[in-house]
Design a protein around this ligand. Structure first.
Ligand code: DGL
Length: 270
């Protein structure tokens, strides 16, 4: 029996870093992944656009029969999770947010670097969270402008990527940061490159595993977990280019996934 799928969505390929953790923790669940790559990056688009695209994609996932939604994108969570929860009141909706709290707890120097999109850093939700933790740590935040388009092209360790990372990490290291929050789901694909650049000077915090655990808790709470004899069937769809999504899923996750190109919503111009 194929269980109803869990919808996992990102502006592009970044949510694959969350999907990887969900797949590892919940091997019996079927996953339907949407990369809205036609519209990436969300991090540099108007907030109203991010909200309406997120609602369109979630609408599509629900129409495909998804039993739960994972917004595997910090930017979309910051600007749209409330609207998604208000529209889909009967489904578990799991969002992601930068791991500021675990980072503050892990930091010894009490200086934490935060790398996230410009839209995440300027959102009210992010700044409220930051405000609750000012006593626990100092946060040095940098907008990773340009990183998402490079990762979307498969560039995770070129000289240009290293130079860009160097300029983003330098202010954090100069301020004495010993912990780095990856506040965008695209960025975990840079972990190895960052590690090669900074060695053990920075403890890297991303929230993929925590999201997978939160999803497992919600599935249990809503009595939606797939039975242990379920045969999972995953689908990968892109709003831009299925072949590219397939190639990137193979390169980034090592999975050979059939992928489809789909049209979602009405706006095809961005
Ligand atoms: N992966 C996304 C995030 O977690 C969005 C990146 C983007 O489209 O700018 O914020």
């Amino acid at each position: 029996m194929n269980p109803s799928p869990i919808g996992v969505f990102d502006s592009g390929l970044g949510g694959l870093s969350v999907l990887r953790e969900i797949r590892a923790l919940l091997p019996h669940e079927s996953l339907l992944y949407v990369a809205d790559s036609r519209h990436a990056p969300y991090g540099e688009k108007p907030e109203s656009f991010v909200e309406s695209r997120t609602l369109d994609v979630c609408e599509w996932l629900v129409a495909q029969g998804c039993k739960a939604l994972v917004i595997a994108c910090n930017t979309a969570t910051m600007h749209a999770v409330q609207a998604v929860r208000a529209r889909f009141t009967t489904l578990p909706v799991i969002g992601v947010e930068p791991g500021l709290k675990p980072a503050a707890a892990a930091s010894r120097s009490k200086v934490v670097g935060v790398l996230a999109t410009a839209n995440t850093l300027k959102s009210d939700k992010f700044n409220r969270l930051l405000g609750t933790l000012q006593h626990a740590s100092r946060f040095v935040c940098e907008a990773g402008l340009g990183l998402v388009p490079m990762i979307e092209q498969g560039d995770i360790d070129s000289a240009a990527m290293r130079a860009r990372l160097q300029s983003l990490l330098a202010p954090m290291l100069d301020a004495g940061a010993d912990t780095l929050v990856l506040g965008c789901t695209h960025y975990p694909f840079l972990t190895q490159t960052i590690r090669e650049m900074v060695g053990d000077r920075l403890t890297i915090v991303d929230t993929g595993v925590a999201i997978a655990r939160q999803l497992a808790r919600k599935l249990a709470e809503f009595d939606l977990a797939a039975p242990s004899d379920a045969a999972p069937r995953d689908r990968y769809v892109s709003t831009r280019d299925a072949a590219h999504l397939r190639a990137m899923a193979a390169a980034l996750l090592g999975v050979d996934a059939a992928a489809e190109t789909v049209t979602i919503g009405t706006d095809l111009t961005a």
